[in-house]
Write a protein that binds this ligand. Structure first.
Ligand code: 3NM
Ligand code: MG
Length: 513
């Protein structure tokens, strides 16, 4: 039978996790909440107890049409006629398991724990039905974990398997819970390679309400936005910018909510720019209302420009709320390398959830990449990196952040989703003389993200071109004598283009990508 690995529950009967509750009740509750596979794992009970408990569980799982897999004990699996077994690297080797089960349980699922590329390739080549990949995050549930591999380790294993044409289903295990399930699923993705599900112990077994905990995990998994790879954009087709007016028209038509948690310097300007391009801004710094706002289908901007301990707490709440609702989040890590406090705040934010776009200047992106020199204030320190070196850095950060789009703003803007990278040479020097011109780009991009979720790279590119070409056009107006008169003219031009992006497409011919 085809197994659904989406939410794989591994049981644990220890007092630390099960407490004094009944194992069968907890498992049934989990299944009712959405568990799709159950593994009975008990490292201490006597054989008679194992067989007895396994058959009780089997009765429940059968009733709900969910497969039951027995950890390690092939004999117990055979005794109760379970759907499968799961073996670790220190258990009986896969070929021996296959020999034994060939006659007694010929259709058995045989899962294997793996923590390295070699182990995974070997198990998959030898015919494992599925692989458990771990340990993803540190966990106290299993005392003898070998290595913590993180999302990057999982991604590496998945990529190697798939590039060797091994399509064995994979789940990951170790420290997975509601706060990180979206992160691990998204950050382990690469091209069209993805996990088939997640395996958890304590997130369900130790939950006060296992059914609710399972339901919550299923919802979080379901809310995860599909990875939106730019379809054969390529460098050839990027010369055709005719999608930009269409993207703008859709923003104006849909009037997306733009929830800005943005620094206190640029609130008004960001709100005005959002309105000019057709968005509906709300400048709320209160994380407690983020869950309600997230339901309205808009996007969230986290701009750390005037971060404080309190605003940081609010960001974390809002990021979780938007991630849970599956709505886009843009991070502007303003001045994140300038002080120790900002570096710490950046780490808090980056681990709080997932971002669809990260936008920063060179110093800020370099700080995220871990390669920056000391920043002076919020402006980017000049570096001697070549454009190519910067592009590699942008790509790296995009990959590391699990398929988010990274924008490094500058004289040449670099935009990458980790697979495709685009340079944009539009803009005007006056932009650098108006405070908040970088921050407001985040707000404008976020408005586009809310409407164009299927293609984050193109959405970002459309917003960037609109923003910078409008700035160029504004400076050609007669009354412009400097940055002061430039700002209102820029807002006017954004508004004019947004109102009729298609009636006169000549503006987009100014796009320099
Ligand atoms: N196997 P929790 S980690 C059973 O790395 C098990 O192979 C692991 O428990 C491995 O979801 C683990 O509570 C325990 O962190 C996972
Ligand atoms: Mg084992």
């Amino acid at each position: 039978m085809a197994v659904d690995y989406t939410l794989y529950l591994v049981t644990d009967s220890t007092p630390e996790i099960l407490g004094d509750r009944c194992l069968a009740d907890v498992v049934e509750s989990g299944i009712k909440g959405g568990v799709t596979v159950v593994q009975y794992r008990n490292k201490t009970a006597d054989t008679a107890e194992l067989v007895r408990e396994a058959s009780t569980l089997h009765e429940i799982t059968r009733r709900h049409g969910v497969p039951l897999i027995i950890n390690d004990r092939i004999d117990v699996a055979i005794a109760i006629g379970a759907e499968g077994v799961h073996v670790g690297q220190d258990d009986m080797d896969l070929q021996a398991v296959q020999r034994i089960l060939r006659t007694s349980l010929p259709n058995a699922i045989i899962g294997v724990s793996t923590s390295s590329v070699e182990e995974a390739l070997t198990a998959a080549r030898n015919g494992a039905t599925y692989l458990g990949i771990g340990t993803v995050f540190a966990t106290s549930t299993k005392k003898d974990t070998k290595s913590i591999i993180g999302a990057i380790g999982v991604q590496k294993i998945l990529t190697e398997l798939r590039s060797n044409s091994l399509n064995t289903p994979c789940v990951c295990i170790g420290g997975v819970n509601a706060s990180n399930v979206q992160q691990i699923l998204r950050q382990s993705r690469h091209d069209d390679v993805a996990l088939d599900g997640v395996a958890v112990v304590s997130a369900i077994m130790a939950a006060p309400n296992p059914s609710e905990a399972s339901q919550n995990l299923r919802n979080l998994i379901a809310a995860l936005p599909a990875i939106s790879r730019t379809q054969s954009l390529g460098l050839m087709q990027i010369t055709n910018l005719s999608f930009v007016p269409d993207y703008i028209a859709a923003v104006v038509q849909r009037k997306p909510l733009c929830h800005n948690m943005i620094n206190t310097v640029v609130q008004t300007m960001a709100a005005n720019m959002a309105i000019a391009i057709g968005g509906s801004p709300i400048m709320s710094g209160n994380g407690a209302e983020a869950a309600d706002l997230a339901k309205l289908g808009g996007s969230l901007v986290i701009n750390m420009g005037t971060v404080t301990p309190d605003s940081l707490d609010q960001y974390v709440k809002a990021i979780s709320a938007y991630n849970a609702a599956g709505n886009p989040v843009l991070l502007d890590p303003v001045g994140c390398g300038a002080t120790e406090l900002r570096k710490e705040a950046l780490q808090t934010v980056l681990t709080a959830g997932l971002f669809d776009v990260i936008k920063g200047n060179e110093g800020e992106i370099a700080t995220i990449a871990g390669t920056s020199a000391q920043q002076h204030g919020v402006d980017s320190a000049p570096s001697n990196l070549t454009l190519r070196q910067k592009a590699i850095m942008v790509e790296e950060v995009a990959k590391r952040c699990g398929g988010c789009v990274v924008v490094m703003s500058g004289a040449v803007d670099i935009v990458s989703d980790g697979y495709q990278t685009v340079f944009v040479r539009n803009g005007h020097e006056y932009m650098g003389l108006v405070t908040g011109s970088g921050c407001c780009l985040g707000t404008v991009i976020a408005a586009f993200l809310a409407v164009h979720r299927e293609n984050k790279l193109l959405a970002t590119l459309a917003a960037l071109l609109l923003y910078e070409i409008a700035a160029e056009q504004a400076t050609t107006k007669e009354a412009i004598r400097g940055p002061g008169s430039f700002l209102p003219a820029w807002i006017d031009t954004l508004y004019q283009i947004a109102q009729s992006p298609e009636s006169d497409q000549s503006w987009i011919k100014g796009g320099k990508v």
